[in-house]
Design a binder for this molecule. Structure first.
Ligand code: HEC
Length: 152
């Protein structure tokens, strides 16, 4: 014996209830969507920043082991040029710096560091050390003479 509504009023009441619920849900979604559109890019920017920060943290140890002996503990320069310089950092893109580290500068003490060129670093490690160098930029000192100490 299938369930039967007692009368038409019951059917109408039930239908109305569901219709009201549906319209309410639609309104709720319409309200939430702009909020989501506003929130989403901010969340993405946050996660990009976080990613850059964790990459830079990784890069710090690469710097300490592979670069600091020639470029200084804080990039102040030694045998190699100072990289902690506003002038250097503002003139070089991440891609340029990464390529330079990977390939090296032939005929100088700046060796190739990528595995592809016989060096010790993976491309991920090179990316991380570039992020670390880049993290100096906001506080980098004014140093137009950043290349002056090359060769000691
Ligand atoms: C054995 C010493 C030595 C080590 C180790 C070394 N470098 Fe260098 N690096 C140099 C010298 C010297 C130069 C300058 C070469 C020239 O142009 O005469 C240089 C140049 C550079 C430049 C180019 C700057 C420009 O002219 O635009 C970058 C970037 C750089 N090094 C990054 C690194 C990073 C990152 C590491 C570690 C992964 C590293 N170097 C390790 C000696 C070194």
């Amino acid at each position: 014996m299938p369930y039967e509504y007692a009368n038409d009023d019951d059917i109408e009441r039930s239908t109305n209830t569901w219709m009201v619920a549906g319209v309410a849900l639609l309104f709720l979604m319409a309200l939430v969507f702009p909020f989501y559109r506003w929130y989403e890019p901010a969340a993405r920017a946050d996660s990009r920043e976080l990613q850059a920060a964790s990459l830079a943290a990784e890069g710090e140890s690469v710097w300490t082991y592979s670069c600091a002996s020639c470029h200084g503990t804080s990039g102040e320069g030694a045998v190699g040029p100072a990289l902690n310089s506003k002038q250097f950092l503002q003139s070089a893109t991440d891609a340029q710096v990464g390529t330079l580290i990977a390939v090296g500068i032939p005929g100088t003490q700046m060796n190739a560091f990528s595995l592809d060129h016989g060096g010790p670093l993976t491309s991920e490690q090179i990316k991380s050390v570039v992020a670390y160098i880049r993290s100096w930029e906001p506080n980098a000192p004014d140093r137009p003479d950043w290349r002056d100490m090359v060769g000691g």
